[in-house]
Write a protein that binds this ligand. Sequence first.
Ligand SMILES: [Zn+2]
Ligand SMILES: [Zn+2]
Length: 422
Amino acid sequence: MEFSAASTSIQDIDMEFDKNVPRICGVCGDKATGFHFNAMTCEGCKGFFRRSMKRKASFTCPFNGDCKITRDNRRHCQACRLKRCVDIGMMKEFILTDEEVQRKRNMIIKRKEEEAIKESLRPKLTEEQQKMIDVLLDSHRKTFDPTYSDFNQFRPPVRENECRRITRSSSVNTQISLSEESDAFSSSPDTPEHAFFTNSLFQQYGDGHSPLAMGSNELSMLPHLADLVSYSIQKVIGFAKMIPGFRDLIAEDQIALLKSSVIEVIMLRSNQSFSMDDMSWTCGSDEFKYKVDDVTQAGHNLELLEPLVKFQVGLKKLSLHEEEHVLLMAICILSPDRPGVQDKVLVEAIQDRLSSTLQTYILCKHPPPGSRLLYPKMIQKLADLRSLNEEHSKQYRSLSFLPEHSMKLTPLVLEVFGNEIS
Ligand SMILES: [Zn+2]
Ligand SMILES: [Zn+2]
């Protein structure tokens, strides 16, 4: 191929060798197959050059040494054909020895084998695992309504908005640490959220009394939130029943698992409505937007709510896929170490299946950097839930101890969390 003086830039050359442009052998003008020994040639001239070089052949032109080589006459004068090869830039240094050819072939084979091994070692979800995920997603979607439309059927929320008595005694521990998450609670220290949070802290720790003991006996939010919790318990039960393997357990174990895990699963699933913008659970309209203050008006104090909000923020920051979220809830329910579980082996087997599905899912579906240490971080969340559960039980016991409070709960709540009076 003749290069015109103008086409010297790389771009021009690339364009000339574009797939659509016919490629012509620089030696004989036949159709070229690519670059061979440094020049664009046909297969015939490629072979001719290689053979000539290997044989160290020396040709003599039978004519006058300037034969014009064409596709049809290229066999007539080997001397001029070889001269043409050298003229267009073909170099014997580009010819591989037999040994080199063999080495190159072996390398290609080896690389292919390595790729095959790598591919076979790459974690993949088994058909069973994928099915498990599909079932859990479906179960969750059937039991979690992101429109929260049922909330209208609960006893309505009543918020006491009067200025709360704030006792700023000198014994106040103003440094209730919100630790590394503290900045997440408010963008500026002057936002209402922050003021509220601080006030709540004072209220809580100011004179050593819980809100319960501070005269807000009304617990105006209790009926609504009791209904909300009761409703959530039903939904969690519905979800649990659809977890593959759960119904293989004896009834007593199903009940034991649910009783001890349900509050943890409610905390987990509520993360879906939790918003880091204002640290609230936002379930549709403003009426169903719950801040820490609302929950204190249902009888809980900051010893539960502060770590609970921190938990929500930490969980939100993991940005779990819905697949991971539902697997985590299922793993939480199927914990063999819950009190009262009889067939621990079976529960553990089901939980193991869920855990390995989660680990494989993260490996093959969750891209870095989010996937980094994600599994251990999720397991840590389960540990956090245990302490939240413990604190909740403590506060529930003191709350339900008073008949005027327990009468505002629902039969299901009393059954699941216990009834101190009976
Ligand atoms: Zn040729
Ligand atoms: Zn010749």
